[in-house]
Design a protein around this ligand. Structure first.
Ligand SMILES: [Zn+2]
Length: 67
């Protein structure tokens, strides 16, 4: 049933943990980046935080979707 599949994928997306690949801080639900332990059961996605983005890519603007 396609409806069930859609619900499942949405739940997974919400639990995705975004980790900065430079400083390894984790993005919280409020959009802040904090040092946090990531368990092996967490779905981890590597990204880059606002601070590291400005440090490593000073010539680039941070996309709104990554803020
Ligand atoms: Zn970072």
């Amino acid at each position: 049933m396609s409806g069930t599949v859609l619900l499942d994928s949405a739940a997974v997306d919400q639990e995705l943990v975004c980790v900065c690949c430079h400083c390894h801080r984790v993005r919280t639900g409020t959009g802040a980046w904090e040092p946090r332990y990531v368990s092996e059961s967490d779905e981890v996605s590597h990204g880059i935080c606002r601070e590291c983005y400005g440090q490593f890519y000073p010539g680039c603007r941070l996309p709104r979707t990554a803020a």
